[in-house]
Write a protein that binds this ligand. Structure first.
Ligand code: SF4
Length: 441
């Protein structure tokens, strides 16, 4: 195994030696679907994670490689016909654009979370909850490989008008000087760990200065441990990354790596184990999260074993999310009831140390809504829900109820239970949006 990162996309995936074991039909599916949804894998995923002997059903292959079912039939056949007819690039590009726009490229109204500084719209910041600011550094808007379910897929598809990204850390710092309620800055992407150590340091180091005493935690959302653990071991600036992490710990702030693992196999290689150990040796904590995905991790046993392995390696299980309504969601989604069943079966199998995990949770426009369960109250079957995070902090942790709907896969398909007209937070939310979306009171 070479420790040199080698990426494969639509243009060169045929050079992957294992591709010769695929049927022509599977190769065509990659070419058709890969036109619409971003596709990128790398030599680590290909050589150390994918089980090429069972590729038809292999979850890691499905995680990276486009499959036919990820596009609706009509969209698949439109692109297939154009490719078969050797249509002009412009014609294909136009059709691809139309299809992408029909795939809800901006789920949960993320543009509502973009704040302003005077007249300047801060396109690389999202500020939805008072204490946490998300920052999208423009150099971190790609990943070591792309997940086929990714809800941030427009970031990688050249849909610039929908891209959240910002280079100017000055604007971030100005914003944070004003917003003393912010305690956590989350660097996100794409994957900020694709940036080289010096760029990452240029963003992080100013936050360690005394004037940012209100910032207590720096978080980095990343899938690099799963897709390229050599980032922390043998890349030419790996040691600098580790030194930067140590610097944050020495400053007295907490550094939390929000690591994205979708399947226990991603935790099985020597490289990932060594990388986790090296990060932990800096004083950083690793918290883990993943969406629940049909065709990838829709078995309670998988989650239980993933959480156990994470705890064995010193990580903290953090979130099980429900797949967002975007891109290829229909291929990955599961009814909310099923999500809850999988969560609770997995949760009931593991020790208390794994039960730091929260879920299943939907990152909806209003906040992070957890499905606490299904119950029957006075003959009515209902979902019991609560906000783990709310656009208004007063909504957090207040149980509320929705009519049971066995088919619902997202919050917007639910209605209030007990013949109520609205959920308890809806009236207030409507007012907030009309007046000032970033008013937290
Ligand atoms: S690593 Fe994260 S941002 Fe990158 S493709 Fe996967 S889900 Fe999307």
């Amino acid at each position: 195994m070479s420790n040199q990162l080698r990426s494969f996309t639509l243009h060169n995936f045929r050079t992957i030696p294992q591709i010769s074991s695929l049927s022509e039909e599977m190769i065509k599916e990659i070419e058709v679907v890969g036109r619409v949804l971003p596709f990128k894998t790398n030599n680590y995923v290909v050589n150390e994670l994918i089980d090429w002997d069972n590729v038809e059903t292999d979850p890691i292959f499905t995680l990276n490689f486009p499959r036919r079912g990820m596009l609706e039939k009509k969209h698949y056949s439109t692109i297939e016909k154009l490719l078969d007819a050797n249509a002009e690039k412009d014609v294909i590009d136009e059709k691809v654009k139309q299809i992408r726009l029909s795939l809800n490229p901006n789920p949960a109204g993320q543009e509502h979370n973009v704040p302003s500084l005077g007249e300047i719209k801060l396109k690389g910041i999202q500020h939805k909850y008072p204490e946490t600011v998300l920052f999208f550094p423009s150099q971190g808007q790609t990943c070591h490989a792309y997940c086929t379910f990714c809800f941030r897929w427009p970031q990688f598809s050249g849909m610039n008008e929908l891209k959240f990204a910002m280079k100017e850390s000055d604007l971030l710092l100005k914003y944070l000087r004003i917003h003393k309620e912010v305690t956590d800055v989350l660097f996100t992407g794409g994957d900020p760990m694709v940036m080289n150590a010096s760029v990452l340091e240029a963003y992080i180091r100013p936050l360690l200065e005394p004037e940012f005493g209100h910032i207590r935690s720096i978080r980095i959302g990343t899938k690099s441990l799963a897709y390229w653990p050599y980032r922390y071991l043998t890349d030419k600036d790996s040691d600098d990354v580790i030194k930067l992490f140590e610097l944050v710990a020495a400053s007295g702030k907490s550094l939390s790596i929000q690591a994205h693992f979708n399947h226990p196999r991603e935790l099985s290689t020597d490289a990932v184990k060594q990388a986790i150990s090296r990060i932990r040796s800096t004083g950083a904590q690793i918290r883990t999260q993943s969406p629940l995905l049909r065709n990838i991790n829709d078995k309670p046993e998988l989650w239980a074993s993933m959480w156990r392995e994470q705890v064995d390696l010193g990580c903290v299980p953090y979130y099980m999310f429900i797949a967002r309504d975007t891109g290829s969601k229909h291929y990955f989604e599961l009814p909310l009831d099923k999500c809850w069943q999988i969560f609770r079966r997995a949760y009931s199998k593991v020790s208390g140390l794994c039960r730091t995990v929260r879920g299943p949770s939907m990152s909806d426009h209003a906040g992070k809504i957890q499905v606490l369960g299904v119950q029957e109250v006075r003959g009515e079957k209902i979902f019991v829900l609560r906000f783990i995070q709310g656009r208004n902090p007063k909504w957090v942790d207040v149980p509320f109820f929705a009519e049971y709907n066995p088919k619902a896969t997202w919050f917007d398909q639910l209605k209030p239970a007990f013949n109520e007209e609205r959920f308890f937070f809806e009236e207030k939310r409507a007012k907030l949006e009309v007046t000032k979306p970033f008013l937290f009171e």
